[in-house]
Design a protein around this ligand. Structure first.
Ligand code: AMP
Length: 180
């Protein structure tokens, strides 16, 4: 099934562009209007589920914070567990950590070392709200590998196509609902 145009147009109308946030020059794609309407939130989740239904995965992993919002209902929908990828110092038990470079400086993400305990090389779907440069997705993929998983897919609601984030996650099937 391809997503029908009215639902995509509706979703697009609920993504708010906020110029110069969080820093000058960034056009922030704000999904809070979409989340505040249960019909558009439901449509977004249905379209994300549809976009990944041909992928086989055993568990979902999501970077904080907006990734969590979309990933938790998707994990429930597909009957799989959810691993949280967080900023340093947020996860309470033993973590694995990955530092990656940004345009200016570095950033670090962490995952619980036992995220996939009891699973043998689980196939992992990464879920986030926006794919921009791909740095977050690539770091998430590295953490998943360190924890013993195999990153197989990346599902995002919004892909900023001009930034070509896909190119730094070459071995992962990328699915997006809205492209800008
Ligand atoms: P990146 O690592 O550059 O692909 O950025 C992806 C992460 O940063 C996602 O977790 C997004 O939530 C956030 N992000 C990056 N750029 C934007 C943007 N223009 N609008 C909203 N969120 C963004």
């Amino acid at each position: 099934m391809t997503a029908d145009q009215p639902s995509l147009t509706l979703l697009r109308s609920k993504v708010r562009d906020v110029p110069d946030f969080p820093t000058p020059g960034i056009l922030f794609k704000d999904i809070t209007p979409l989340l505040s309407d249960h019909l558009t939130m439901d449509a977004a989740l249905s379209l994300l589920a549809e976009a990944v239904k041909d992928l086989t995965f055993d568990v979902i992993a999501a970077p904080e914070a907006r990734g969590f919002i979309l990933a938790a209902p998707l994990a429930r929908h597909f009957g799989v567990g959810l691993a949280l990828i967080r900023k340093p110092g947020k996860l309470p038990a033993a973590t694995l950590s990955h530092t990656y470079s940004l345009e200016y400086g570095n950033d670090t993400l962490e995952v619980h070392a036992d995220s996939f305990e009891g699973m043998d090389s689980p196939r992992v779907l990464i879920v986030d709200d926006v794919l921009a440069t791909g740095g977050t997705a690539a770091a998430s993929a590295e953490l998943i590998k360190s924890a013993g998983g195999v990153p197989v897919g990346l599902a995002v609601l919004i892909e900023l196509v001009a930034l070509n984030g896909r190119k730094i996650v070459p071995d992962v099937a990328v699915r997006s609902v809205l492209s800008y």
